[in-house]
Design a protein around this ligand. Structure first.
Ligand code: IMP
Length: 192
């Protein structure tokens, strides 16, 4: 079976990608013996996804996918965006991030936000990008324990529950990552 490395240390992302991608052996960074944090110093999802994929491709010489993603909040001019993972500082703490977002939105009527995922795939030495977005609103308080990151406060458009409350299969169908992964799978199907 063909192999693809997921260039991420984020357990939530890895779980979702594993649920969506079949017919290909997915390897983790642990599987390939890469134990460092991958730097993501740029201001765009595209550049960060590329640097993550390139770092692991150089290390392994194998096919790699990297997801750079985040939540962009209208009333905060698109923040935290590419800084979503470290919004409340180091080390990464999903609960502190979510609480900081709620604090910054306190008293604001505009709760619109969207998630964005940018996947960079290095396949047979060539680089491809797949993008997904998912619109929604930020709830007043966290609800549910499914998903990860900001999911307990993100209500996708057309629903009245957070991703923390919705079935993970529904999230995978609707989400920024679900959309980007589906595009990647369509591409991979043209290659085999
Ligand atoms: P990065 O792509 O490693 O820079 O981190 C992405 C960060 O964005 C995560 O650590 C979460 O804080 C947030 N994020 C991205 N996708 C999701 C999602 O599907 N649910 C909840 N939070 C997400």
């Amino acid at each position: 079976m063909e192999q693809l490395i997921i260039a991420s240390n984020n357990a939530g992302k890895i779980k979702e990608i594993r649920e969506m991608v079949q017919d290909i052996e997915l390897l983790s960074l642990k599987d390939i013996g890469f134990n460092d944090e991958i730097p993501e110093p740029y201001d765009t999802f595209e550049e960060n996804a590329l640097v993550k994929a390139m770092t692991i491709h150089k290390f392994s010489a194998k096919n790699v996918m990297a997801d750079d993603s985040g939540i962009c909040v209208n009333a905060l001019n698109g923040a935290p965006g590419v800084n979503s993972a470290y919004f409340a500082g180091l080390p990464r703490d999903d609960n502190k991030n979510l609480q900081k977002l709620l604090d910054e939105l306190a008293g604001k009527e505009d709760r619109w936000a969207y998630y964005k995922a940018l996947i960079c795939l290095i396949w047979n030495g060539e680089t491809h990008y797949f993008e997904g977005t998912c619109k929604g609103t930020i709830a007043e308080a966290p609800k549910g324990t499914a998903g990860f990151g900001y999911d307990p406060i993100f209500v996708p458009e057309g629903y009245d529950k957070t991703f923390g409350e919705l079935d993970p299969q529904i999230k995978n169908r609707l989400s920024h990552r679900g959309i980007a992964v589906a595009k990647m799978i369509d591409f991979l199907n043209t290659q085999r």
